[in-house]
Design a protein around this ligand. Structure first.
Ligand code: OFO
Length: 183
């Protein structure tokens, strides 16, 4: 009796996404190491914490595939791209990775919708929300570096940005959580 509740296409897409999340984790590890080696301990700490989150995303998908009776396929993780060239470039790269990951998540949402796999559609909504949060966080990083001077940011501005990021919360606030009492 076949107990796999995932179609072959959904199973393949979820396995691919699992590797993407692992790859995102490696990217954050690589950029965090770059930041630390360049003296930005706060930025590095922020990126390392994020690497951990991406690893958790990978585990969520792995667990979901197993719980639906599917087959988990662990593959090689692609090497991260080249190191950033500046803090500004680092945040731009982070934003682009998040947008790319969102695109990939939306594809699975669409596939599950097309196939009327409502369990997977429902599961993926957590990721849709998470990506909104992460894009939001990346946009706020870009805003901060822009105020600090972008590519021309001076050392003092980078110093305080670095210090701030050490304690920046990992979760961004979503528009859906805002009220007029608590804007
Ligand atoms: Fe997995 O959340 Fe970002 O990419």
């Amino acid at each position: 009796m076949n107990t796999n509740r995932l179609s072959p296409a959904i199973e393949a897409a979820l396995n691919e996404q699992m590797t993407r999340e692992a790859s995102a984790s490696q990217i954050y590890l690589a950029y965090g190491s770059w930041a630390d080696a360049n003296g930005y301990g706060g930025i590095s700490n922020f990126l390392f914490r994020h690497a951990h989150e991406e690893r958790n995303h990978m585990m969520k998908i792995l667990e979901y595939i197993l719980k639906r009776g599917g087959k988990v396929t662990i593959t090689a993780i692609p090497a991260p791209p080249s190191d950033p060239t500046s803090v500004n470039n680092c945040f731009e790269k982070v934003f682009q990775h998040e947008v790319d990951n969102t695109t990939s998540i939306y594809k699975i949402v669409k596939l599950s919708h097309d196939q009327e796999d409502w369990a997977t559609w429902n599961f993926m909504q957590w990721f849709v929300k998470e990506q909104t949060e992460e894009e939001n966080l990346a946009i706020s990083l870009l805003d901060k570096i822009k105020i600090a001077g972008g590519e021309n940011a001076k050392d003092e501005a980078l110093y305080s940005l670095d210090r701030d990021l050490e304690t920046t919360p990992d979760d961004a606030r979503l528009a859906q959580d805002v009220t007029t009492d608590n804007p």
